[in-house]
Design a protein around this ligand. Structure first.
Ligand code: NAG
Ligand code: NAG
Length: 429
């Protein structure tokens, strides 16, 4: 447990930028050493020679040197100092790049870059902590082929992404038919087999066929069967590294409006909830009672129903990528773990002895707009007022008869068939 963070955040992706940064640091240290002391030693070869010849020139000009020669030499000196300035500028830019690549290593530097200038707090009620991290610098080299696809598919650097194989073929069709009907252009199916790829191509659905897992990433390669559930988080990482924010979507979801019109984009992770009412979805004070403690019998605890790891918007930030890495690492190294539980633990558990918690901002989506199927079948469909709401999406996460319920949801919300939801029990039977 204690070694978790080290293992996850360790050598794999930290080694190379650090090595580069150190190497580059030594190199530019040398360049600086030459450039700055009085400017005199700037170019031991050319520039200094030019300066010296100007000086000797000035002396000898009193001794009748030709004025043409002097002006030629003067212009040479000017050219050299221009080049010098240009080089200094390049050095400054490069040292800034080094600084940026160091931010993964140096926590204080990272926070400084994130928070910007130090400032005074200001009066009561006007203070807001930062919750919106800056997005990462896109790195196309991670996956040029995917990068090309995303340039065409994404809108404002964001898109819906779903993983699918042939087992969910019929649900996938309901999924993209509704996305098309709503008119959402920026979505992509990551096809895990040939059948899914050809279905998407036939239906004019944007598709990306991913190369076999071990061509891309080393995390999870050793995890055997279980590594498969880590795949989703590894794939997502590439999208974020390429600079795109992703609305990850399971297939058992019906789209009724464009979700991008209803996001807040102020957090690293914005997720739909498994909660079934305001209390459970948004968090509450759950009092634990232990009568034998007498005066102190009540212990207060905090509870919140988990975030649904099948529908969340994740911004292309360092904190978000760290979350993906942590989850992928644990899923491929803890055989009994469940991806949704791990996702929530990494997101919510604070630092403690032997463990550094994630510093990611999170937001719970509106449970009436991003609705789970327990909300719909237990509450909303039975309430005349709530029935009139138009959700953005409905996720049939709580029920195994997914396809039938998805079709019924379309009948109810799209085709206005008032009794379409009635035949289903609240839960499964
Ligand atoms: C939400 O559900 C919980 C558990 O079923 C219940 O205890 C609580 O009272 C409910 N809250 C509201 C606002 O209905
Ligand atoms: C839940 O909260 C929303 C506002 O966030 C409010 O409009 C609604 O009435 C609440 N529902 C219940 C059952 O308390």
């Amino acid at each position: 447990m204690a070694g978790r963070r080290g293992g996850c955040g360790g050598s794999d992706f930290r080694g190379s930028p650090t090595t580069i940064a150190i190497g580059a640091g030594i190199f530019f240290g040398c360049v600086f050493a030459f450039l700055f002391p009085n400017g005199l030693f700037a170019f031991p070869s050319a520039a200094r020679r030019a300066n010296m010849s100007v000086r000797s020139l000035q002396i000898s000009s009193t001794a009748c040197e030709s004025p043409e020669k002097i002006s030629v030499l003067k212009s040479k000196v000017a050219t050299f100092s221009e080049k010098n300035a240009e080089l200094k500028k390049q050095v400054r830019e490069l040292s800034m790049k080094i600084q940026l690549s160091e931010q993964g290593k140096d926590q204080a530097q990272k926070q400084f870059l994130t928070l910007g200038l130090q400032r005074k707090a200001g009066p009561f009620g006007t203070v807001k902590g930062l919750r919106t991290n800056p997005t990462v610098l896109p790195d196309e080299s991670v996956n040029p082929r995917l990068s090309e696809i995303l340039e065409k598919v994404a809108l404002q650097k964001e898109l819906i992404v779903a993983l699918a194989n042939s087992n969910v073929r019929e649900m996938l069709e309901v999924w993209f038919e509704n996305i098309k009907r709503v008119g959402i252009p920026n979505y992509l199916v990551v096809a895990l087999d040939d059948g899914t790829e050809s279905l998407c191509k036939a239906k004019d659905v944007p598709v990306y066929r991913r190369p076999p897992a071990d061509n891309v990433d080393s995390i999870g390669r050793t995890g055997g069967n279980h590594a498969v559930s880590a795949l989703k988080f590894q794939i997502l990482r590439e999208f974020l590294q390429l600079g795109y924010s992703v609305l990850l979507s399971d297939i058992d979801i019906v789209y009724l409006q464009n979700p991008f019109d209803h996001l807040h984009r102020d957090s690293d992770v914005e997720s739909m909830s498994d909660g079934h009412n305001n209390t459970t979805a948004y968090g509450y004070n759950d009092v634990f009672d232990e009568p034998s403690m007498g005066w102190a019998r009540y212990a207060h605890t905090m509870r919140i129903w988990v975030y649904n790891s099948g529908f969340f918007y994740i911004r292309a930030t360092l904190a978000a990528i760290e979350l993906l890495d942590r989850v992928a690492y644990r899923l491929s190294n803890e055989p009994m773990s469940w991806d949704q539980a791990v996702f929530n633990e990494e997101l919510f558990f604070p630092s403690r002895p032997g463990y550094d918690g994630l510093h990611a901002a999170k937001r719970t989506m509106d449970i009436y707009l991003f609705m789970n199927s327990k909300m719909l079948f237990k509450t909303v469909r039975k309430d005349a007022q709530l029935q009139k709401l138009k959700p953005v999406i409905i996720h049939v996460n709580y029920h195994p008869d997914k396809l039938q319920r998805m079709k019924a949801i379309v009948e109810f919300y799209v085709n206005g068939k008032q009794n379409a939801l009635e035949r289903f029990p609240d839960g499964s039977q």
